[in-house]
Ligand binder design. Sequence first.
Ligand code: HAM
Length: 435
Amino acid sequence: MPLSSRTLWLDFSIRKAKVYRRVGITAIRGFNDILPEEAELWRHIEEESFMVFSSYGFSEIKAPIVEKTELFSRSIGETTDIVEKEMYTFLDRHGDSLTLRPEGTAPVVRAYIEHKLYESPVTKLYYAGPMFRYERPQKGRYRQFYQIGAEVLGDGSPQADAEALGMLMGLFDRIGLEGAMLQINSLGCPDCRPAYKKKLYAFLLDRKESLCDNCKRRIDANPLRALDCKNPGCVEATKDAPSIIESLCADCADHFRKVQARLERLGIKASINPRMVRGLDYYTKTTFEITASGLGSQNAVAAGGRYDGLVNELGGPRTPCFGFAMGVERLALLLKENGVFKKKPLSVFIALGENAEMKGMELLKGWRQKGLKIAEDFSGGSLKSRMKRADKAGARYVLILGEDELGHGEITVKDMATAGQERVKWEFVADRIAP
Ligand code: HAM
């Protein structure tokens, strides 16, 4: 090869590499694309959730994704992992500190106060959307993740806790989640928690050397955090820690007992886990987590509890509240593994010739209005190649309209699962292929 053309070739390949690099941008680690197949399952989870929540009298609220940083530091707690190291916080062009919401409860409470929703005695709200935490990504744990949550504001009764838990467990049953296990605890209230904190503090102080640096640092301000630490040294050091349940005041103990009695009445099994302190500081009284196997270490599909002090702390009236949020990625993972979600079957319509195309548009409009899921293939080409395309698209049925079918007011329905086919009158097609 003469030198000049080799130089040209080299230059060309360098340019190609540059172009490739420029095009090859991938998503940020921990931020996922939800592709159509998965998105359909997510939509199913959302639709079922919203339907169940509505049947319990909840209404939807849509809060912004970005809030003032202070909202989260004041509500979730300055000495929690979320606030100390996981928030996506930035200064906007005006120099204000803003944060991508790491959870949905604080924004709901902010909106509740701001719009005086407390003027009605009980407010039941649900929400869905992305949350952001700078966590180490792994199976079931992402930096952008999607929560569906519900909050009951203005009801301090044990009935409210049990009803919300019953709603959630009922929803899991309905969508076919297997092996969901409920763990509950009570974190007491400002009357009884200080005494427990003191007891725990003394216990931890004796074992300070076995704790991780984080727990050592937080031991004064927030000793409960040590019970939530996943560091093996801390888990071992705190395994005989005093139980918070034994320190509950009469009111909290009574509330906890009543919640359990109501769960029992609803036929919901719950195990008590006195170590479960949750990763957010706003909880009082009942807290809970629902776990399911198949998620590895990130096994909580939903969690929440009572937060009777938060509305007041953020400037609203004293308002007892209970709520929860579930992780949609985790739920979707489990439902996919269970194989319980059945997609609505897809049909592909193939028209042979212009007359069939014209009539086909009319027929398709009517069938789609009946809620059938039908993609059309007006692309031309041989019937064989179009059948292949329909198969690739995952079609359960192929509907073929040719000249002969047109003349008889019929369509050929080919069942791709059984390979059988039959002629069906247009008016009966919807019944034939409906799921
Ligand atoms: P949370 O326990 O932090 O509570 O999150 C609730 C659920 O969101 C978890 O059980 C899990 O399914 C999911 N989740 C949390 N972090 C991630 C992550 N990094 N990747 C994937 N999924 C995740 C709250 O957020 C409270 N606001 C719940 C609440 C509502 N409490 C009272 N009302």
